[in-house]
Structures are given as C-alpha cells and as structure tokens.
Write a protein of this length. Structure first.
Length: 188
C-alpha cells in the first residue's frame, strides 16, 4: 500500500510541478528549468524509500511530506502565496519544523528497540525530537541563504531569518512536547 501511494503521490506532484511551470511560462513568467528540476527531484525523493525492505515512515507522514511540498512549491511559489500573504512564510516554517519533528519520532520508533525504549527518559525523547527538528530548520535557513548568494532567491532580512527560526522552534517545541506526553504511543 505504501509503495503504491509513494508512486502515485510522486507522479501526481511531478505532473503538478511541470504543469504549473508550463502554465506560468504560457502566462508570461520566465521559465527556470533548474527550479522546475529541483522541485521534481524533491518530489521524487520518497521514491528512494522504495529500495528499503521496510519503509520507516507511515503513510500519513509521507502524505504530509507532499502536503508540505504543495504548500511551499505550488501554493507558496507558483501561486505567489509568499507575496500575497505575509504570514505564509512563517506558517510554512512552523509546519515544516513540526513535520521534521514527526520524522524524528518515526526514526526514534524505527531505530530504538522496544526493550531499550523502556529505559529511555521522556526528556531524552524531547531533546532528540527538538534538536532534530531545529537542526533541520537551521539547515533550511542555510539553503535559503545560499539561494540568495547565487541569486535564486531574493535577499531576506535578518528579521525574516529570525522569524523563520523562531517559527520553526515553535513547531518543534509543540511536537516535542507531544512526544513527551505521549511516550506510550511512541513505543512500537
């Protein structure tokens, strides 16, 4: 079921990205093949999971990945939500960090055996989930910075960067708190 869903979601999102790029080009926007290629490769990233004997991520988490891509690439960039709604960037950073926190929980469930999990402190889970998510948020800000250096993105201010990081931290804190209070549901 998961493998079929990954194929379907990857193909649908790739078609959406390519179709959106073509429509934008027809409507007078400049065609940036590197941007489109990057988005297609990002949408195809879950296809690498098909090489795993067992896929460590749940179907809702995989669907959440595509929802996050849809929010950032399609709504945010192609439909210009970033330009039209001042809160959109902050919301996507919040949701992106929350998503990465759920990825951390999935990785925790995957790699920590149930026998060892009983001896793991809830606060250690909290720190793992929080640090994994915040590190992802910082790395994303690094990608945005490199994008401004090479001219692929418009220059952002320090205020925007800090707002993005604090928003990411808020999303990470909420899900890490959830992990602490739901430790029993995290166990395999």
């Amino acid at each position: 079921m998961k493998k079929k869903a990954i194929w379907i979601l990857s193909i649908l999102f790739t078609l959406l990205v390519v179709g959106g790029s073509v429509i934008n080009y027809i409507n007078g926007a400049s065609f940036d093949w590197t941007d489109m290629l990057g988005r297609v490769l990002t949408s195809a990233l879950p296809l690498l999971l098909l090489f795993c004997k067992r896929i460590p991520f749940s179907l809702p988490l995989i669907a959440g990945y595509y929802l996050l891509l849809f929010s950032t690439f399609f709504l945010g960039a192609m439909l210009r939500f970033y330009d039209r709604f001042s809160w959109w960037d902050t919301a996507t950073h919040f949701l992106g960090s929350a998503f990465m926190a759920f990825v951390a929980i999935a990785l925790y469930k995957w790699y920590i055996p149930e026998s060892a999990e009983r001896h793991v402190s809830s606060w250690l889970i909290f720190l793992f989930v929080l640090s994994f998510s915040i590190t992802s948020s910082v790395m994303w800000e690094g990608v945005e910075f490199v994008g401004t250096l090479i001219g692929a993105l418009e220059s952002d201010s320090n205020k925007d960067t800090m707002t993005d990081l604090f928003s990411g931290m808020a999303g990470a804190l909420i899900v890490a708190g959830y992990a602490v209070f739901q430790k029993k549901s995290i166990v395999k």
